[in-house]
Write a protein that binds this ligand. Structure first.
Ligand code: HEM
Length: 409
């Protein structure tokens, strides 16, 4: 392709992105790949891989690119793919109408409904209930014997935070976990037909529940907003329900911050000790945890029209994937990028993306992270690894832990 920087050696991107060693520790390989070119074009799939912070910032903010995957030349919605993969087509077309997948002007119309409620000033009202939920989960943690932090804490707390924020009943906790698990897998690169069918079933059940709950809930927060937007005709019912599903399900991604953050602190005892003695560093520490082991692996855009970047042409209909392991450790922006430094400043890490689609829930993540790590360190003067952490190998789109054996005293 004209104008694309030469790449020193060919890379099988799709093999690399799902290799267990890469999923656990992508940084050495990603540094090697960034050296010859900060944007790579994969002729096999027609995808542009972005490894540079500056390049990704520009592309993610550009109005020439969006998130509507139907514009991708190899989209799930092409007539050939529709025929080849009817299960995927049914799932993705039902889940399509929502802000995450929309380009302007629909994106703005939908996002504006929720935006004010995700600002720190509004979210502050949930601080005490997040603390309360955190205390409840901490009370269940076994003291002075090894346990899996992911099962006992990191996977539980974010679901509870979603229940409180959206005014949902505790009785749906296990159904919610099941729906979210099934749905979360469809963001992966490789999704099996069974995973797609399970996700579609979960989506139907989740929406059925929300449809009934929206009618009777007393909640004056997020659900009231969804109801008002329906009543005022800002969104139709499908848009409203799909957005709520993503907002509620998105919350569970916070588990990656809790797990990745704790393992990083435990592997950097000097930084952990500094944080213990200076709790005022917590805000910067959470930001550095998000940078150092980012919970998301890539962020997508699809070119709406031809784009020029540094003399390189990205044609309309091309898919662009920003690789977070590369972007958050770009040495041009982060001095000494492989060192974990809770005092790092400035820290323009991009795990939440950038531009109009920047993660709407990012302040929920930060607030939950600050509360969780503050309470964890205050309650347990000693926290140690009790075995080898196990990184996810079943998905390439997110970078998180399956198991984190620890002991706390
Ligand atoms: C560590 C946790 C999380 C990570 C790493 C994360 C990451 C992201 C990323 C990378 C995007 C796309 C940004 C872009 O395209 O530029 C995104 C969008 C989004 N996130 Fe998150 N997220 C997290 C937690 C949450 C939470 C807690 C919620 C809800 C409470 C949430 C709801 C959403 C929604 C609705 C969007 C779509 C926004 C739009 O398209 O306008 N996320 N997130």
């Amino acid at each position: 392709m004209a104008g694309v920087p030469a790449v020193a050696r060919s890379v099988d991107w799709w093999e690399m992105l799902r290799a267990p060693d890469f999923l656990a520790h992508p940084y050495p390989e990603i540094h090697r790949l960034r050296e010859p070119a900060r944007v790579h074009f994969d002729p096999v799939s027609g995808v542009f891989f972005v490894l540079g912070h500056r390049e990704f910032s520009l592309l993610a903010r550009s109005s020439d690119l969006g998130r509507d995957t139907r514009l991708w030349t190899n989209s799930w919605s092409t007539p050939e793919n529709r025929e080849r993969d009817p299960v995927g087509y049914a799932l993705f077309s039902e889940f399509q109408p929502q802000m995450t997948n929309a380009n302007p002007p629909d994106h703005r119309r939908m996002r504006a409904v929720y935006e004010a409620a995700f600002r720190p000033a509004y979210l502050a009202r949930f601080g005490s209930s997040i603390e309360e939920e955190c205390r409840r989960v901490l009370d269940t943690i076994p003291v002075a014997c090894p346990f899996d932090f992911m099962t006992a804490f990191a996977k539980v707390l974010p679901g509870r935070v979603s229940l409180r924020m959206f005014g949902l009943p505790d009785e749906i906790e296990s159904d919610l976990a099941r729906w979210v698990e099934a749905l979360s897998l469809i963001g992966n690169i490789f999704v099996t037909p069974k995973q797609k069918a399970d996700a579609h079933q979960a989506l139907r059940e989740f929406k059925l529940f929300l449809r009934g709950h929206l009618k009777q809930a007393e909640d004056d927060g997020f659900l009231a907003m969804a109801r008002a937007s329906l009543a005022e005709g800002i969104m139709d019912e499908e848009e409203s329900l799909n957005n709520l599903v993503t907002l509620i399900a998105g919350g569970t991604a916070t588990q990656t911050l809790l797990g990745n953050g704790l393992v990083t602190l435990l592997r950097h005892p000097d930084q952990l000790q500094t944080l213990r003695t200076k709790p005022s560093l917590m805000e910067g520490a959470v930001e550095e945890m998000l940078r150092y082991e980012p919970g998301g692996s890539f962020i997508l855009r699809v070119a709406i029209r031809d784009v020029e970047l540094d003399g390189m042409r990205i044609p309309a209909g091309a898919m662009v994937l920003g690789l977070m392991a590369a972007i958050n450790r770009d040495p041009g922006v982060f001095p000494d990028p492989d060192s974990f430094n809770i005092r790092r400043f400035p820290n323009p890490q991009l795990v939440f993306g950038a531009g109009p689609h920047i993660c709407i829930g990012k302040e929920v993540v930060r607030m939950t992270g600050r509360i969780a790590f503050t309470m964890l360190l205050a309650r347990f003067p000693q926290i140690a690894l009790a075995g080898e952490p196990v990184w996810w190998v079943h998905r390439s789109d997110q970078h998180g832990l399956d198991k984190l054996p620890v002991q706390m005293n």
